[in-house]
Design a protein around this ligand. Structure first.
Ligand code: CA
Length: 314
């Protein structure tokens, strides 16, 4: 089936199904795959530089424990905010591992070689803008400041730093290829009303059990909840299982969240479609992609395997 409707493909942490997440190599690969946006998670270093890293701490994707054995906090983790950019640049990045040191996605890029580094946000945007120039495309950035409330408790203005870097690189308004995404509504309000940013804003929606922020996501998904953010944000980013539910017995159920949000004029970009994390019942990422576009009616998806989604939808 073909459709004229534009489906936005967002490379989740780069082409993270193929190369370690949030590395410049993975960004270049995602760009070459023809995605619309590449996603960045950002945190601050001790010297207040934005780096592209998913966790507040460095342990799950780098060799920080070997290099800096004595720099953990009381929870045993080594936080990016306790390290200078120079120290962070010296770390080697590998595929994500769990707390026992096992690869979270065992079939992905092999652990063990030391090719990869953590980029700054400025370096990553420079690379994307350079590739945009040389390819004649306009791939966007889709950025999540990680745990802005935690950064504030550490005395830092994560969202303020982010908006100023984006402004520096020419991303200032809704017409620009940039989205600022957050689970924490307070910081979207901060960006819009205190920093007076006109960037596209996206309310991420999690599950209350995850403890992502003090936002009540059950409320946000309700009609009243969506109406409470419709004048603030341009779109929502729900979890995939909030727009569809997969059961063994039948074709997936579709929730009305997507349609209700779109009726209010919001776009819906769900996260995260992974070829190696799908129940067998759905019949592969190609089927899942077509179902999300044609049946669920999503406007776009975050995916670790953007080439497979794009191939399925042409
Ligand atoms: Ca993210």
């Amino acid at each position: 089936m073909t459709t004229d409707r534009k489906f936005t493909v967002i490379a989740h942490r780069g082409a993270s199904g193929y190369l370690p997440e949030h590395t410049l190599e993975g960004v270049a690969m995602a760009h070459a795959m023809g995605v619309d946006y590449i996603e960045q998670d950002v945190v601050l270093t001790r010297d207040n530089v934005l780096i592209v890293l998913h966790d507040l701490y460095l342990d799950a994707v780098t060799d920080v424990a070997d290099r800096f054995p004595d720099r953990q906090r009381s929870d045993g983790r080594r936080y990016a905010i306790d390290f200078t950019l120079e120290e962070i640049r010296s770390l080697r990045v590998h595929e994500r591992v769990d707390s026992s040191g096992n690869a979270e996605f065992p079939g992905r890029y092999p652990h063990g070689d030391a090719l990869f580094r953590i980029p700054t946000l400025a370096e990553e945007i420079s690379l994307i803008q350079g590739l945009n120039r040389s390819s004649g495309r306009n791939v966007g950035v889709y950025i999540e400041p990680k745990s802005p409330a935690w950064h504030r408790s550490e005395g830092r203005d994560l969202v303020g730093e982010l908006v100023s870097v984006l402004n520096h690189f020419g991303y200032t308004g809704r017409e620009d290829q940039a989205c600022l995404q957050s689970f924490d509504t307070k910081f979207l309000q901060y960006a819009r009303h205190e920093l007076h940013s006109d960037l596209k804003l996206v309310q991420l929606i999690g599950d209350n059990s995850w403890g992502e922020s003090d936002v009540d996501f059950d409320f946000i998904r309700s009609q009243k909840g969506l109406e409470s953010i419709v004048n603030l944000v341009d779109g929502i980013g729900p979890w995939l299982l909030q727009v569809m539910h997969i059961s063994k017995q039948k074709i997936p159920d579709i929730s009305d969240l997507t349609a209700r949000a779109q009726q209010l004029g919001l776009f819906v970009h769900a996260y995260t479609l992974r070829a190696d994390e799908l129940p067998a019942e759905i019949g592969g990422i190609g089927n899942a992609s077509r179902f999300l576009l044609h049946n669920v009616g999503l406007d776009g998806v975050f995916t670790d395997h953007p080439d497979q989604v794009i191939r399925a939808l042409v």
